[in-house]
Design a protein around this ligand. Structure first.
Ligand code: NDP
Length: 493
């Protein structure tokens, strides 16, 4: 019998009001992986009401006790790691070698990190007036709507859940419709860990109904969204009706700059790993390469050779390096960009097609694809494809590479590869991105802030900075004089 997935509302694992369900498809072979609840606006109403009932109690809970619950939740996830990794693989195609070592362990690690970090949250004391005591207190935002994507479904959800909860917020969490399974399991663990009813509510259903109902609900105080920039804009437009704050981690079109004096082997290894990890379905993957002319031919030759050795196949096989894309439409989208790149005059150096093996015949597969490109304004160099499809362009120097990197509506991340550290540091400073790596790409850990600029969004996940997304500073001014104090009024300096 198939697993009985339930939503979580008010501490109860339950079914949607309308009793509807939807299928989750395994992209490796397009079979039905599971059937899950399909919520409606009525469930959003119940979830938001529950989160509002729980908010004062949770906010008043001693932070050490909140921290203990996060640690319990982390421990339960760790107990179920082996069970969760294949579920993650089955629902979005990340190879088991990756989901078991990266996706799933990253989730409890985030909870453990935030369980400690959140306890060090402080406000400010301000020397504004000798006759007053002026300070800020951190307050939770209230009820936060968390809307999450399908790449790394569990960890992207937990990366929002952990800071939201430790800072005293209650949440309504909506995972992606194509890959909600591990987040629904998380709901079971939330109950087992003993979180008070209503603190965490998890509902599944289409973004354009359930997601928008969360955004539009007056009982929701903030949205924290990760996903496509187009959807992010739609959410921001809806949110603007009531000046609802929206934290957003959106798309990217990330550059890798390789200069003549780079360590060639390291640059190629870094390029192959970061461009094709998770089939290129990482917000931080590089998909445009600007390579200086002196190293260009050697880099291209080695990069294409190494990318051609990536094993593409059944993601449940521990030897598979690259699985399918998350669903057929992602593959079709990638193939459309491949055709367009050819029409635009890009030269295909590798791939451009589906793998030709029996095990991949029915799945959403695309093999690593590399184009040589002459024009930075081509779609291939401007649009987020979110697939193992990259363009490489020859540049005369770092300055040109920086200008091309910044010639984008996105600003998530970029990397520079050179053994001249002074030059590299100065170049990273020119890049209009949220993260700039030097001789590294795709290093993302709990301790480091993550977030973009421009149409990649502007808020932060991870690190101590994420706590600002889930708290307000309340300014408190205490007049110590016996009469109303105007000391500062004629002393503005
Ligand atoms: P989507 O934007 O399609 O979906 C993300 C979430 O938003 C899903 O839960 C989706 O629900 C929901 N949603 C869709 N439409 C609406 C709407 N109108 N109102 C409210 N919610 C809605 O993104 P993907 O899941 O396809 O994820 C890939 C994207 O995420 C890429 O662009 C990638 O760059 C970005 N991303 C960015 C990261 C970053 O840190 N900057 C990290 C990871 C991913 P449903 O599934 O039901 O449609």
């Amino acid at each position: 019998m198939s697993y009985d997935y339930r939503i979580l509302i008010d501490g109860k694992l339950t079914k949607p009001v309308n009793g509807e369900t939807m299928e989750v498809i395994n992209p490796a072979d397009n079979t039905v992986a599971a059937v899950v609840p399909k919520c409606s606006v009525a469930d959003v109403e119940l979830a938001v009401q529950a989160a509002n009932r729980a908010r004062e109690g949770w906010r008043a809970t001693y932070i050490g006790d909140r921290s203990d619950l996060l640690l319990k939740l982390a421990a339960i996830i760790r107990e179920h790691q082996e069970e969760l990794a294949p579920i993650e693989t089955m629902q979005y195609g990340g190879p088991i070698s990756k989901t078991s070592r990266f996706d799933i362990p990253f989730a409890p690690a985030e909870l453990e990190f935030m369980a400690g970090l959140g306890r060090s949250l402080t406000g400010l004391t301000i020397s504004a007036d000798p006759n007053a005591r002026v300070m800020t207190f951190r307050e939770p935002v209230g009820v936060v709507g968390l809307i999450t994507p399908w790449n790394f479904p569990l960890v992207t959800a937990v990366s929002k859940l952990a800071p939201a909860l430790i800072t005293g917020n209650t949440v309504v969490l909506k995972p992606p419709s194509c890959a909600p399974l591990t987040v629904l399991r998380l709901g079971e663990y939330v109950v087992q860990a003993g979180f008070p009813p209503g603190v965490v509510n998890i509902i599944t259903g289409p973004g354009d109904t359930v997601g928008e109902a969360i955004v539009n609900h007056p009982g929701v105080d903030k949205i924290n969204f990760t996903g496509d920039s187009f959807v992010g804009k739609r959410i921001m437009r809806l949110a603007s009706e009531r000046i609802l704050p929206v934290a957003s981690e959106l798309g990217g079109k990330n550059a890798m700059i390789v200069l003549d004096d780079a360590n060639l082997e390291a640059a190629v290894e870094g390029a192959v790993y970061s461009a094709f990890f998770n089939s290129g379905q990482n917000c931080g993957s590089p998909s445009r390469f600007y390579v200086q002319e002196g190293i260009y031919d050697a880099f291209v030759e080695k990069f294409v050779e190494a990318a051609g050795k990536i094993t593409v196949g059944d993601p449940m096989n521990p030897d598979t390096m690259m699985g399918p894309l998350a669903y057929n439409a992602c593959r079709d989208n990638a193939e459309r960009y491949i055709q367009q790149a050819k029409k635009d005059g890009a030269k295909l150096l590798l791939g451009g097609e589906r793998p030709n093996t029996p095990e991949t015949r029915n799945g959403a597969f695309v093999i690593p694809t590399v184009f040589e490109v002459y024009d930075n304004r081509m779609e291939l160099m401007q649009e987020e494809i979110f697939a193992p499809v990259v363009g490489i362009m020859r540049v005369k120097d770092g300055q040109e590479a920086a200008e091309l990197t910044n010639d984008s509506r996105y600003g998530l991340c970029a990397s520079v590869w050179t053994m001249d550290y002074r030059k590299g540091i100065l170049l990273t400073e020119q890049l209009n991105v949220g993260t700039a790596w030097l001789n590294q790409h795709l290093a993302i850990v709990s301790e480091t802030p993550w977030g973009g600029r421009k149409e990649s969004g502007w808020t932060k996940e991870n690190s101590i900075l994420v706590l600002d997304e889930y708290t307000y500073h309340k300014h408190v001014w205490i007049n110590m004089a016996e009469t109303p104090n105007t000391f500062w009024a004629d002393r503005i300096k």
